[in-house]
Write a protein that binds this ligand. Structure first.
Ligand SMILES: *Cc1c(COP(=O)(O)O)cnc(C)c1O
Length: 371
């Protein structure tokens, strides 16, 4: 049998994730595996927590990476905060908002949702009206809706949720490390992200953070968290305190990868990182317009790191993406849900958001349009 791993070739990842892994992260992943209670490894864990606090812009003590991808982070915040019958409001304008609703329903929440048109943002007036109508324990929203490329007003919704006394859950899987995410300033009570989008790390970990208020709610639950693996009250005993207790074997080398990824982001500086994503986005949009390719989302609501375009006329969805993958060694994303077959999604996440990558994609798009 031929070794398939040896046959892997490098593909320029410009889809909705994973993004290109940073070379320093690849090196970190291959460092020697230590024991999960090794004293040196515990120092590494402490540094990861401190760096995550910086990237999330929070003083929250309970700021840790969960083992699992972004969806595990989503499940973590819901499973720890929701008890059966809790009134929960989910604001939905894409596939990931729908996933939140699915999880809340599986947990037996009294889950209401507000649906906003795909490709447009959540509007605060309507949210405010709903919050006046009914008292919720939790309001949840996606900051950067990866299925459409829309940025939702995370800070404004945070203000409303705080005024109405609910807990605020925010999904920042795609936004963290690519645009401002300010947990404390935005009054977020539970937040999660992923490693494989703007953090330039392979998929496998999900950073989460809980406010003191959220921790209080978790510690005073009437029922046990129904999911053993994701119960943060138990996991916290591994990530904090003098005497660390085994919960599950941490994915040691993935954590080295996250450590290095966070170091790379903080060395560049958060403002510089956000600025680079914005500049690459503007360069891409200019180039697409020159090719006559149209953006799906109105200018003021666009995400820098996820660009939805209408599939250029005369190009077949699958055939176009196949040509990009095989003739040009570039991956982009297809449309999800309402946008399947109509939209392509171009990611400019983390290490992918570089000038030479934007140039290469624009050249390739020009070539397939000509054919
Ligand atoms: C990618 C993504 C997720 C899910 O993350 P996985 O790593 O695929 O499990 C959740 N929310 C948003 C907004 C995402 O972009």
């Amino acid at each position: 049998m031929e070794n398939k791993i040896k046959g892997i070739e490098e593909i320029l990842l410009m889809g909705p994730g994973p993004s290109l892994t940073h070379p320093r992260v690849y090196s970190a992943l291959s460092r020697p595996t230590l024991g999960h209670l090794d004293p040196y490894f515990i120092q590494i864990m402490d540094d990861i927590k401190a760096m995550l606090q910086k990237v999330f812009q929070t003083n929250n003590n309970l700021t840790i990476p969960m083992s699992g991808t972004g969806s595990a982070g989503m499940e973590t915040v819901f499973v720890n905060l929701i008890e059966k019958g809790d009134p929960v409001l989910i604001l939905i304008n894409g596939a990931f908002g729908k996933r939140m609703l699915d999880i809340a329903q599986r947990l037996g929440a009294d889950a209401d949702s507000m649906d906003f048109k795909w490709g447009t943002p959540v509007t605060t007036d309507e949210v405010e009206a709903q919050l006046k109508k009914k008292k919720y324990k939790i309001v949840a929203m996606v900051h950067a809706e990866t299925s459409t490329g829309v940025c939702n007003p995370a800070e404004e919704v945070g203000k409303l949720v705080k005024e109405h006394g609910a807990l605020y859950i925010l999904d920042t899987v795609t936004s963290l490390g690519g645009m401002e995410v300010a947990v404390d300033k935005w009054h977020v009570d539970a937040i999660y992200s992923g490693t494989q989008k703007c953090l330039s790390c392979p998929p496998g970990l999900s950073p989460v953070s809980f406010s003191d208020r959220a921790v209080d709610v978790i510690m005073n639950r009437e029922t046990k968290v129904p999911n053993w693996y994701l119960d943060v009250s138990m996991i916290a005993n591994y990530w904090a305190g003098k005497k660390r207790a085994y919960h599950h074997t941490a994915p040691i080398n993935m954590l080295y990868g996250l450590y290095e990824a966070l170091a790379v982001v903080l060395e560049e500086g958060l403002e510089n990182v956000y600025d680079r994503h914005q500049r690459m986005h503007e360069k891409l949009v200019t180039g697409l317009e020159e090719l006559g390719i149209k953006m799906v989302v109105d200018k003021q609501f666009r995400l820098p790191m996820l660009n939805s375009i209408w599939i250029p006329e005369g190009i077949d969805d699958a055939e176009g993406r196949r040509a990009l993958r095989y003739d040009h060694h570039i991956e982009i994303g297809g449309g999800l849900g309402d946008f399947a077959g109509k939209v392509w999604r171009i990611g400019l996440m983390g290490n992918t958001a570089r000038e030479e990558h934007v140039d290469r994609l624009l050249k390739a798009l020009a070539a397939i349009k000509k054919k």
